[in-house]
Design a protein around this ligand. Sequence first.
Ligand code: IMP
Ligand code: MG
Length: 337
Amino acid sequence: MSCTIIVGGFFGDEGKGKVVAHIAHKDKPVIISRGGVGPNAGHTVQVGNKEYGVRMVPSGFVYKDAKLCIGSGVLVDPRVLKHEVESLGVKGRVFVDFRCGVITEDHISRDKGSTHLAKKIGSTGSGCGPANADRVMRLSPQAKDIPELAEYLLDVPKAIDGALKKEEVVLLEGTQGFGISLYYGTYPFVTSKDTSASQIAADNGVGPTKIDDVIVVFKAYPTRVGEGPFFTEMSAEKSDAMGIQEFGTVTHRKRRIGSWDGEMAKYSAMINGCTKAAITGIDRIDKACFGLTEFGKLSKKAKDFVKNAENDIGCPVVLISTGPELSQIIDLRDEYS
Ligand code: IMP
Ligand code: MG
């Protein structure tokens, strides 16, 4: 049996999507199930020269033999889901827990129309905050109440339990990042739910004793979208000059860029119960590392960076992403198993 959680260690957009997709191809899970808030999250996966952005479907969809589930803690926007299922051609593989909260047009207009959420916090305008508020007030519809979701309904915890009992591999993918957790992030500049590994387990109805590994994904140069403190932020002039520019998958806003934050990495690893770490964007530390797939070929500068990060995190760095494409990754997991 093997159940692994993958979460973001900084402020989101650490490259979890790519890490999940890589692990899926290697470990062949029967189920990839998504936790996290809802369609406010965007995951990007690049395969060959094709780039996919997903907001509802698990980013492991590029691995074709897994059931793709959405856990009961996640908010579902039926319009976004339908669009993705059709455009990605994953019909028949996608399942929604029957208890998921549902985002309505009203939630979206309340999110976009709220000065507090849209302006002060810088929300994504996807309706998640108001939908979670309604859920807490026990006003929200659930997936089982919506006819257009009928074809997707599943008891996700039961499906996961069945797989684990058969010793099969299950991946639970988190969304967002540690720094925007409602409980542990930079409140009030956070999202509408906890984003740590425990929450991702709860979102999928998987008890803590069933989790074997928690992989926390860190980005060599962390980013943040929306408002709120960002302790290691650099000026846009500086990041532009370094050739680092990123735009949000959901809102297309320009991401704020910072340098490595060892304190945050350490704290985030602690609360997430990190067992293994992944680092993305090592090619930004040293361009010569772009696309490499062997640790031995990394430059001294990149290796020193990884060593220092490992010290901060307190766990082995077992995955090092060297570029955006799926195959551009160094996988050291066998050496630490
Ligand atoms: P909301 O979750 O749409 O209410 O947005 C609240 C804050 O969380 C804003 O600063 C958003 O930019 C940020 N946020 C929400 N989801 C993500 C994500 O998936 N990646 C990065 N930032 C996010
Ligand atoms: Mg994202």
